[in-house]
Write a protein that binds this ligand. Sequence first.
Ligand SMILES: *[C@@H]1O[C@H](CO)[C@@H](O)[C@H](O)[C@H]1NC(C)=O
Ligand SMILES: *[C@@H]1O[C@H](CO)[C@@H](O)[C@H](O)[C@H]1NC(C)=O
Ligand SMILES: *[C@@H]1O[C@H](CO)[C@@H](O)[C@H](O)[C@H]1NC(C)=O
Length: 348
Amino acid sequence: MAAKIIHALLALSSLAVLSVNAQAPGVPVVIAKPYINANSSHFGLGIEGASIDQAGNVYAVDWGTAATGYTIGQIYPKQKLVYSNPNKIALYKGIRWLKTPSRPSNVERQALLVDTQLGISRLTIFKNGVQKLETVCTHPNLTLANDCAISDTGDIFISQQIWNDQTVIGDGGVWHCHQNDVNATAVPLFIGGRTNGIEVSPDDKTLYVSEAFNVAGLGPVSNILWHFTITKTKTGPKLTNKRVFVDFAKLDNTASVDIDGSRTDIDGNLYVTRNGGGGVYKFAPNGKPLLFIKTNFPTPANLELAGKDGKTMYIIGPCDGSNGVDKGCANQYRARLPGKAWSKLRAY
Ligand SMILES: *[C@@H]1O[C@H](CO)[C@@H](O)[C@H](O)[C@H]1NC(C)=O
Ligand SMILES: *[C@@H]1O[C@H](CO)[C@@H](O)[C@H](O)[C@H]1NC(C)=O
Ligand SMILES: *[C@@H]1O[C@H](CO)[C@@H](O)[C@H](O)[C@H]1NC(C)=O
């Protein structure tokens, strides 16, 4: 009965939007609840980088219109503008809030911002309202930084995505620097096709990163989630033991659907958005698909587990991926376990 209803809903949605129904057979499907719709949204089409702070609040980039990628806003508990780059040249794609430092005590909160042009910046908001932006790391070849993940040791892993009709090695990769760096040079750890969603497991031992390849005239032909072992060395972390975590061509025949935002819960289950697939997959740490969470918009870009108990998932993306004057939307889903970032930010 439930399956029939879900099928009917999927059939309806596939008429309305150009999305692929990306669900492997036998994987339970649940439907996320609307949270921000086109009418209530203060965000633009570039909404991305969902991120939780120490209080459980959720933020995203592109407060305003689609030309406001230099801003970040809060999406939960209420929508408000948080930061606007005074030079208006930045184009932010990702946010990761840091633990509030105990010293200097006049710091209210700090976040790493992924800037497509400048690599990683650190935003400090002081208790008196003053805001400071510093460059953490950059590199002449780190153009189009796309997202980042952080470990307990403060290591930042940055994914890069250069969109070419024909993807070549070097259009993406994983770069490294440290959250306390200032004006540092990012170090490449892996060079590959265009990379996007990136996350570190709760025990800091595994790095998940997506890699996609386009072929001219065909678009994306491959979407693979890799996992690497993070190996500590004197000169910083290295990525070893690269292996396939999920190959979407094999899982559900959706090699053309991009893997985007990625987050783990406290047990290391990995959630990834299918940008164009209308939902979020949940995978066990062994790669087994556990659940598909369907969104009411076709191109979910990112997600975060947040709220007071860390269990409310916020899934964000353009409300209607086909409309150029679109707004940014959000759906909600109640997960069984809190998110990794929620637990790490509180554990201090
Ligand atoms: C937005 O408002 C319009 C006009 O009131 C309404 O027709 C439409 O259904 C609303 N859309 C959503 C997504 O709520
Ligand atoms: C940037 O990439 C090019 C092409 O791979 C390489 O030749 C060059 O050395 C790189 N630049 C730096 C500063 O690493
Ligand atoms: C970092 O670079 C900026 C811009 O060039 C400069 O103003 C600042 O002093 C530098 N900071 C450090 C710690 O080197």
